[in-house]
Design a protein around this ligand. Structure first.
Ligand code: ADP
Length: 467
């Protein structure tokens, strides 16, 4: 916990957007890939069917011009050598008799043509079918067409070549597709981060404001888009809130100013009554209570006004060379009796010298307030330790106690004026001490932070920078 603003990046949203972009991109690519594959397979198959149809027509023309012997010659020529592995021809009579066939050893368990093929008229469209032969790895596309009044030609062609061609084409697609999807991840991350940069600015400003820097504004770059409009609306809202807060503060300060004089007069009157009245008069204790209450109110008003002055920079710092180690040592000596009364062990780990330019009186009050709190909120038997570390360009002074601690919900609020934690309301105090400490330390360009565990204790750390 700290009095200083903390910023967090909206990492998860950027990550979620990136995953969404990449997921949608991967799914659409896979769909496009599936559609392209289906179209490719269909086109290649159509092409094969067309070729087979043209072959039947050519053989029919050959039969008419040169007779059956020429047809047989051409069939043998087309299935010579390796071609016998990929295609075959069979010539059927209309009565279902096999007239001739090329080498069928590569096409075992080849059945007869389907019913109806023998009734095909000469001009009828050929019949096509796909044969799945048990001992072949690839199916065979077969065509049956009439080449004369008596003969039906069957041509079988393995689809091995076309399947391999399609597979090779698809393989060529897969690698770039995977590369695109993988490239999509950093690209999506970059785009999401770019889009969210404006939101991050708003978040950063809101965090700074939550920590008290009400004069911060979101930088408005460009014009027109949603984020720029968000920044403009956000800044306009801040202007309004700041005006309201300043108005409220001014009113409170005027009120405090105006109350100071009548209170001082009431206090003087009560003191006079105490001095001039009879020592045994019952009004005497009332006058004493009135004086005490006036003192309490006046202290509250004065501290409040001092915080306003310090925050606004109106109160000049009286800078001089200060040995911070000595200030802390003096404070420890001063509070030693209080610590002993409360049976608290007060110790300090300090160097002999720790020089820096600072306002001596203000630092004394900061140390006294923090030490007073540490003792006040630590039960008897506890321990309070002050440590001063000189880090060269900065010094760090910590107040560690084994006291009641502060809950994580209340910790961010303890530096506000008049805020007191529920568990500590029974102790004396007005809730202004820490607000004055923050104002004084900030006026020196330093910062205060707190870490605390309820029931175990708290550590307040003051960091001052050497100018
Ligand atoms: P107060 O006059 O009430 O002590 P402060 O501004 O000094 O006012 O502190 C604000 C509140 O912070 C206190 O009321 C208390 O609840 C809490 N606090 C401050 N210091 C400590 C501490 N060392 N241990 C526990 N609570 C603390």
């Amino acid at each position: 916990m700290s009095s200083e603003p903390t910023t967090r990046r909206p990492r998860s949203l950027a990550l979620r957007l990136t995953l969404w972009y990449s997921g949608i991109f991967a799914i659409s690519s896979a769909l496009a890939f599936a559609v392209i594959s289906a179209l490719l397979v269909a086109t290649v198959q159509d092409r094969l069917d067309e070729d087979l149809g043209e072959d039947v027509a050519e053989f029919a023309a050959l039969y008419h011009s040169d007779g059956q012997a020429r047809v047989e010659h051409e069939m043998r020529l087309d299935t010579k050598g390796d071609e016998a592995e990929k295609s075959f021809f069979r010539l059927w009579g209309r009565d279902g008799r096999l007239v001739l066939a090329t080498d069928l050893s590569a096409f075992p368990e080849l059945g007869p043509p389907p019913e109806g093929v023998f009734e095909l008229a000469g001009s009828a469209e050929p019949v096509l079918e796909t044969l799945h032969l048990p001992r072949r790895d690839h199916p065979v596309r077969a065509i049956y067409g009439a080449i004369s009044r008596d003969l039906v030609l069957e041509i079988g062609e393995s689809v091995e070549d076309t399947e391999e061609f399609v597979a090779a084409l698809l393989r060529g697609f897969v690698a770039p597709l995977i590369a695109f999807v993988l490239l999509g991840l950093p690209a999506g991350w970059f785009l999401a981060r770019r889009a969210l940069r404006g939101v991050e600015d708003v978040t950063r400003t809101a965090s700074a404001i939550a920590a008290g820097a009400l004069d911060q504004r979101v930088a408005v770059q460009g014009e027109g888009d949603e984020l720029v409009r968000l920044a403009q609306v956000f800044n306009a809202m801040l202007d309004r809130i700041q005006a309201l807060v300043i108005g409220l503060r001014e009113m409170a300060d005027h009120l405090a100013h105006d109350l100071r004089s009548p209170l001082t007069r009431i206090r003087a009157a009560a003191e006079m009554a105490q001095r001039n009245g009879r020592t045994d008069a019952p009004e005497l204790s009332l006058a004493a209570t009135a004086t005490e209450e006036c003192d309490r109110l006046l202290e509250m008003i004065n501290t409040n006004l001092e915080i306003t002055e310090t925050e606004s920079g109106a109160a000049d710092l009286r800078l001089g060379d200060v040995n911070l180690a000595e200030l802390v040592r003096d404070a420890c000596e001063l509070f030693q009796t209080v610590a002993e009364d409360r049976q608290i062990k007060l110790t300090a780990a300090l160097p002999v010298y720790c020089w820096l330019r600072a306002d001596r009186q203000r630092l004394q009050r900061v140390i006294a307030n923090l030490l007073d709190n540490a003792l006040k909120y630590t039960p008897p038997g506890g321990q309070v330790t002050l440590t001063l570390v000189d880090e060269g360009d900065r010094v760090r002074l910590t107040f560690e106690d084994s006291g009641i601690g502060i809950s994580s919900e209340e910790a961010p609020r303890i530096f506000e004026r008049f805020y007191r934690c529920d568990r500590s309301r029974s102790e004396r105090g007005n809730g202004l001490g820490l607000a004055l400490c923050v104002a004084s330390v900030r006026a020196h360009g330093g910062q205060i932070s707190v870490e605390s565990t309820p029931g175990c204790g708290s550590t307040f750390a003051v960091t001052l920078f050497r100018r």
